[in-house]
Design a binder for this molecule. Structure first.
Ligand SMILES: C[S@@+](CC[C@H](N)C(=O)[O-])C[C@H]1O[C@@H](n2cnc3c(N)ncnc32)[C@H](O)[C@@H]1O
Length: 348
């Protein structure tokens, strides 16, 4: 390795301290109990973990018999040296105190560092049934791409922002991944930062909160490709369409809807709904057409600003009008929505 690339790696390792967040047991329990029936006689792989810290490992180790698991594997990631994995194939004797003694568990030392992309890790991935973890946010695109490549079932926790990544949204649109029960939550994670001050400043800037070793992080979702009842539940809608309440955009043939519950039952054209729609999305009821975020006009042909409207945009929303904005005129000013999902009713 050259000096330059090793420095770059060090910088990267340092930066990725942002990935060292550990999920609390109560949050894992709240979500995973919905999946009980899916775990029977399955090999569960936690491939972005540190079994000493991870409550995912703890949850499955404690519930091994109750869930009827076949095997649990958790890998410990090291940035630059060989690491190990822990494996459980039978229930643990907890001595009635419900504490896991890691020295009782089979520890297997390995040649590689247990990067989820390393050949050793990929071999386990291939032989496992369900991957469950909270992967490093910074590697999210790669992480999902790998799961899709090996056609693995998964339940993972991730930041809501990932929905706006093109490649992730495409999977949602194609019904290859979907939201599970808890959606858009603020979760408190345990952090293993050594330098709390640096972490503190950094996350305050991003409007996260930090106290002692815990960090409150908004907009966290569970996502999965395991079939769920929730995803086939019809949203109960009660409103009907009228032009006044559902204005059309000035540069796109679609109506605006500010609250998901207000989707009209009888409108057959394009509707633009807030991104929280994904929590209620049932593919038998609606089709997802596209995700609109600022300047995504190239894909969906949002028309440019009308000449007479350009001047308002700068004054009201403090930036120049940019062709590609989706907008409507409300009370004589240009109104540009935040990210929206474009949907259409499935006609039966
Ligand atoms: C957000 S933390 C979550 C930890 C644990 N799954 C949990 O939720 O409690 C991400 C974990 O992935 C590990 N990690 C970071 N980069 C990794 C990589 N390239 N391959 C595998 N694991 C990695 C980190 O060390 C950390 O333990």
């Amino acid at each position: 390795m050259t000096k330059k690339s090793s420095n770059a790696n060090l910088r990267k390792a340092n930066k990725n301290k942002n990935d060292e967040f550990y999920t609390q047991l109560s949050d894992i329990e709240k979500e995973l109990w919905h999946y009980k029936e899916h775990f029977k006689w399955k090999t569960i792989f936690c491939n972005c973990d540190d079994p000493k810290e991870s409550n995912f490992f703890k949850y499955f180790a404690l519930n091994f018999t109750h869930l009827g698991l076949k095997k649990l594997i958790s890998t410990h990631y090291e940035t630059e040296k060989p690491s190990y994995k822990l494996e459980i194939t039978d229930w643990l004797d907890l001595n009635n105190d419900w504490k896991i003694d890691l020295s009782d568990i089979q520890k297997i030392n390995l040649k590689q560092n247990w990067d989820f992309r390393s050949p050793e890790c990929v071999e386990i991935l291939k032989s496992s049934d369900i991957v469950i973890t909270n992967p490093p946010f910074s590697l999210f695109r790669e992480y999902i791409a790998q799961l899709m490549e090996f056609e693995k079932k998964f339940i993972i926790l991730w930041n809501m922002n990932a929905i706006t990544y093109k490649e992730i949204f495409k999977l949602i649109k194609e019904n290859k991944i979907w939201a599970w029960y808890w959606f858009n939550m603020s979760l408190v994670f345990k952090s293993t930062y050594e330098n709390n001050l640096v972490a503190n400043l950094k996350f305050c800037e991003q409007k996260w909160y930090f106290w002692k070793n815990y960090i409150k992080t908004p907009a966290i979702n569970w996502f999965t490709n395991i079939e769920t009842k929730k995803r086939h539940e019809e949203m109960i809608l009660y409103k009907t369409y009228n032009e006044k309440e559902y204005p059309k955009y000035d540069n796109y043939d679609a109506i605006n809807i500010d609250k998901v519950k207000d989707i009209p039952t009888d409108y057959d054209g394009f509707m633009w709904v807030p991104i929280t729609f994904l929590d209620k999305y049932n593919p038998e009821q609606f089709e997802i057409i596209w995700l609109w975020i600022s300047n995504s006009w190239i894909e969906i042909w949002v028309k440019p600003y009308k000449e007479e409207h350009k001047k308002y945009r700068k004054e009201v929303q403090k930036r120049w009008a940019v062709d590609g904005d989706l907008y409507m005129i409300k009370n004589w000013i240009v109104d540009v929505p935040y990210a929206r999902v474009i949907i259409k009713k499935i006609l039966k």
